[in-house]
Design a protein around this ligand. Structure first.
Ligand SMILES: NC(=O)c1ccc[n+]([C@@H]2O[C@H](COP(=O)([O-])OP(=O)(O)OC[C@H]3O[C@@H](n4cnc5c(N)ncnc54)[C@H](OP(=O)(O)O)[C@@H]3O)[C@@H](O)[C@H]2O)c1
Length: 299
């Protein structure tokens, strides 16, 4: 574990840790403290859609910064692999909550099963989401529309509604603001041809983030909308339904954002002092100006 402790009253200057009053002994290197009045609890982040892309990169980043992780996604084997790797590599704890964010009752039922010692959630990253198809409005598959709205909008709402009461409790008991990070998109800022319902779902994430920020003001919870541009993850393969060559074409002539780039920025937003909140961040690679203009270079 990496943390620094200054002064004789054991004030901890590090936003990654929470202090709880209770007599105990802390041993850690390079500093060793005996007979202090405090125990140091690592912070916990909940990440939806942690089996690939931004979610998986966030799991790695937060683990490397000593957070304990609660990871969600539908592909359980992948979650198990990530848990095994990160627990071993970073000496942190990982709790798995596999479920489909579209299933309202299941989301609430599963959240009720979170053990008491995992309920102190400091950071929620609402990342699970997808684009399906890239078709003209009049030709689009309405099942794709349903899945995007059910995942990107309704799923985000259900997970947030289920977890926010735990975050309010945590925030009140520690005095440290909880933080909700919603994965919007540059597609939630500007629409583009054949982006129709995906764009609409991300405009909704923007509106939900703004509303959450207002409604959670009284609880001191931070809300950040992260709006990335083109990033190479499994996103394109999912959007084009397994057609890898078409998915690859999107990034032709570009050095797109990587999942790691986005995870590093997400982590940064959580490192600011309690009174500072980044409300929105639009992030693109240098070769992308907005949803339409790219400067592609021949490979
Ligand atoms: N890549 C980009 O260019 C880009 C740009 C802007 C915004 N975004 C947004 O960033 C977020 C992450 O995308 P990504 O690029 O990292 O894509 P990705 O690599 O395809 O990852 C998407 C993650 O969401 C999970 N997921 C999808 N549907 C789910 C469901 N119903 N229940 C639970 N988990 C579900 C997937 O896990 P399972 O399949 O295992 O459930 C996966 O872990 C999405 O909200 C996306 O809209 C992406």
């Amino acid at each position: 574990m990496k943390f620094t402790i200054h002064d004789s009253r054991f004030t901890i200057h590090d936003s990654r840790f929470t202090i709880h009053d209770s007599p105990c002994t802390i041993h850690d290197s390079p500093c060793t403290i005996d007979h202090s009045q405090f125990i140091i609890m690592p912070k916990t982040v909940f990440i939806s859609g942690a089996t690939s892309g931004f979610g998986k990169a966030c799991a790695e980043k937060f683990a490397s910064e000593c957070y304990d992780l609660i990871l969600n996604g539908r592909r359980e084997e992948r979650l198990e692999e990530i848990k095994t790797k990160l627990e071993k590599q970073y000496n942190i704890a990982v709790y798995l909550l596999p479920f489909d964010v579209q299933q309202r009752d299941r989301v609430f039922d599963v959240v009720k099963t979170i053990p008491a010692d995992w309920q102190g959630i400091d950071v929620l990253i609402n990342n699970a989401g997808l684009a399906l198809g890239r078709d003209y409005f009049d030709e689009a598959d309405m099942d794709d529309w349903d899945t995007m709205i059910d995942t990107n909008v309704k799923g985000l709402l259900y997970v947030s509604r289920a977890l926010i009461p735990l975050m309010i409790k945590r925030s009140a008991s520690t005095g440290i603001p909880g933080h909700i990070i919603n994965l919007g998109s540059i597609a939630g800022d500007e629409v583009y041809e054949k982006g129709n319902v995906y764009c609409a779902s991300k405009f909704a994430v923007d509106a939900i983030s703004k509303s959450m920020r207002i409604d959670l003001l009284r609880h001191g919870i931070k809300v950040t909308n992260i709006a990335p541009g083109a990033a190479e993850t499994e996103f394109g393969i999912v959007r084009f339904k397994g057609n890898e060559p078409t998915a690859k074409k999107v990034y032709e002539g570009l050095t797109p954002l990587s999942a790691r780039d986005v995870a590093d920025i997400i982590y940064y937003t959580t490192t600011l002092p309690p009174h500072v909140c980044i409300n929105e961040l639009v992030i693109t690679c240098t070769q992308q100006a907005n949803t339409i203009y790219f400067h592609r270079k021949p490979n």
